[in-house]
Design a protein. Structure first.
Length: 97
């Protein structure tokens, strides 16, 4: 009976060790990776519009966000412009190539 008790304690101890070992490793490997591509722009060649339909900025100035809309790729200079357009697409007609 005493041996069983000791075996149980050992099992508990091993389990505790295991969780303690795995926790720091997971925290180190997960964690948000630093994003360096916030200023990434899409080349005009992959867009179907010639200018940001929301603010009117030419696509050649650098489009940072895109949507697929009615089968076309529309570029926007910023996330704000994309969201503004999506709220009212009819109020901001897209100029296609
Ligand atoms: Zn814009």
């Amino acid at each position: 009976m005493k041996q069983l008790f000791i075996a149980g304690l050992l099992a508990l101890g091993l389990a505790a060790c295991h969780t303690q070992d795995s926790a720091p490793a997971a925290a180190a490997s997960v964690g948000p990776a630093p994003t360096q591509d916030t200023t990434k722009t899409y080349p005009v060649s992959m867009l179907d519009n010639t200018k940001d339909p929301f603010c009117g900025m030419p696509a050649s100035a650098g489009m940072e966000d895109t949507i697929h809309w009615n089968g076309k790729v529309i570029g926007f200079c910023s996330k704000e412009c994309k969201e503004g357009f999506l709220k009212d697409p009819k109020g901001h007609p897209v100029t296609f190539k």
